[in-house]
Design a protein around this ligand. Structure first.
Ligand code: FES
Length: 263
């Protein structure tokens, strides 16, 4: 057979595995005209509901690019991951290049640039959770879901049936729930081995996992807020000269209200 059919290294290996010489060779072959431009809307066929979510996000910010993360989130919710097709669709709606959105999606680890299991379970294994059994919780969840615990603790693992994606995660900011997990974007804790099994079974049955352990069920720190908050009522009374409260700006009223610390 004549000719050299070998592929360049950058087409057969991840670019972070290339040697310095191979990287230089790759960079030398790059041309600006090879970069994908902004796709046209008619080329990508954006689903209506996805387009509405992205446009709604764009309307919230003075700079359209500020909507990039919510747009990617909408893509991930729609497709289950930030697929190349979904990224192209978001790019077309926003008028940016797919590469711009892809750079963000690959930077943040809450975005998936490869398919993952349907239900996403992030298990905190940072200090508070680890000391309270976070590693054991991760293993219990993996055993119940059928996911590889070593992979899950590292970069995350999907179960063989595609129902679950489980990943050990750094502090999720709910240390008082230790050990805790984020299940389909809702926080639950403290969770034990029985909760892990119950949560996976509930998700398989299409039910809310361990609702009694949901963060949303916990009372606010310091007890319930008085209703209405007296500080709001006081400020409203001060701002309303027709009301019965003292005027904030009158010479006879308590004019300390509404001023700065030196006012
Ligand atoms: S250490 Fe687990 S939420 Fe902070």
């Amino acid at each position: 057979m004549s000719g050299d059919l070998r592929q360049p290294a950058h087409l057969t290996h991840p670019t972070d595995e290339l040697s310095a010489a191979e990287r230089r060779e790759l960079i030398a072959t790059m041309r600006p005209e090879d970069a994908a431009g902004v796709p046209e809307l008619h080329e990508v066929g954006v689903p209506d509901e996805l387009r509405e979510l992205i446009e709604e996000a764009m309307g919230r910010y003075p700079q359209i690019r500020s909507a990039s993360l919510p747009a990617l989130w909408a893509v991930q919710r729609h497709y289950g991951w930030c697929s190349p097709q979904g990224i192209r669709q978001a790019a077309a709606v926003m008028g940016v290049t797919p590469a711009y959105l892809e750079a963000l999606a690959t930077f943040y680890d809450l975005y998936h640039t490869a398919p993952v299991g349907l239900h996403r379970v992030l298990v905190c294994h940072n200090i508070s959770c680890w000391m309270n059994g976070g590693d054991e919780l991760l293993r219990e969840l993996c055993a119940a879901a059928g996911a590889n615990p070593d992979e899950a603790g590292d970069h995350g693992a999907s179960s063989a049936d595609g129902e679950f994606f489980i990943q050990g995660f750094e502090c999720l900011g709910a240390c008082d729930l230790a050990p805790m997990a984020s299940i389909d974007d809702r926080y639950y804790g403290p969770l034990d081995a029985a909760d892990a099994v119950a949560a996976i079974e509930a998700l398989r049955a299409g039910e809310q996992p361990v609702p009694e352990k949901a963060l949303s069920r916990r009372p606010a720190a310091g007890g319930p807020e008085p209703d209405p908050d007296p500080r709001v009522a006081e400020a409203e009374a001060s701002a309303n000269p027709a009301g019965h409260g003292p005027r904030a700006d009158g010479p006879t009223g308590d004019d300390s209200r509404g001023r700065g610390p030196h006012g």
